[in-house]
Design a protein around this ligand. Sequence first.
Ligand code: SF4
Ligand code: SF4
Length: 394
Amino acid sequence: MTTSARVAAGPPRLGVWKGLLLWLPIALLSALTPLQVLQSGDQPLLALAALLAWAVFNTFFALMFITGKTHGFRAVLFILVAVSLPLDFIPYMIETYGSMMLTEATMLSSGASFCPLTMPMILLPALLKRVVIFPGELLPTGAHGAFSVMFIVWVGSSLALGRGWCSWGCFYGGWDELFSRIRIRRRPLIRNIDRRWIYLPFAVLLAIVLLSALTYGPVYCEWLCPFKIVTEFQAPSSPLAIFQIATFVSLFIGLVVVLPLFTQRRIQCGLFCPFGAMQSFLNKINIFEVRIDTEKCSGCKRCLRSCPTFSLDEGSLESGKPLFTCTKCAACIDACPKGAIAYHIKGTQIGIRPNVARGLFLYPAMILMSFIGAGIFTTGLFRVLRLIATGSMI
Ligand code: SF4
Ligand code: SF4
């Protein structure tokens, strides 16, 4: 492969001025949050954190527009968000409940914050019996403002990005991405995984939807969520609770740390998460997709090796389409030495004006990242600044 072929990878660079012009609307829109915090004026450290978060997110957004590259900049922000979540959430739990281990009474009184990953489990019971089963008790739908807000965010982001949620909106996926990008050796220790494993999340999804509707309990939260150990969980007050905690720890170590380290892929996101599986169906109602221009493709398979969620196979190179599990992360787009892969608007001609489709995709993606991610990064950073200033995060 020649050097000039490498330079041609991905969509063409927009250049500084054009890039900055495209970035400006996002910069202005995302400035609303720090401005609101500044206006309230009662928390100088929070205002500083909000300003820093705006600056960090917008530097990376601007770089995406200027350089034409997406994946590396997106991944840094995605990881920052995931790591920031427990930096705020755990001190919040200690501040409010005295511990990140909730008692059964707090669980049953819905003391925990609402999480979008519960969406597949709560929809059926909410439709059938008009109750919201989170975190472990039946409550009237009207009692959950947090549920309504998260529902609107979920519907909006699904319409705008489909499974793009899993690389732009999810505040847990960055953990998986972090460990998949740590190189303990140049080539992955585990290189071959049977591609049929990509169907496992759909089996998990079916199981938790049915079991949650039957038991009126959030089965995934109670038994299978690896991210419980970086947020909150039920106190080990019974053998059953101890078993649940041991399961969460094992799943986190196995699916989020060890297997991503060994495979350099996002195993929890690609091969287990039922929420991701549900988002795959929502790709169907979304106008954006990733497409391969089969005329330009040289068959080098670099994209297959770069995809963190096993969403490309040899059939994709022939059909020009990734599998329906694609999270629109842009790793393949940036890796392709022929510039053959691009964001695409369904129904338009392949390969025509890829920068227009990319720009139209990046706006909702960046808005989602600003709305969810920059907010979480702000509160995590605030706790760190408070630790530096006062010696305590609480
Ligand atoms: S689409 Fe994939 S296989 Fe084809 S040239 Fe690009 S990286 Fe290589
Ligand atoms: S097919 Fe490309 S955009 Fe889709 S998940 Fe794989 S690397 Fe990311």
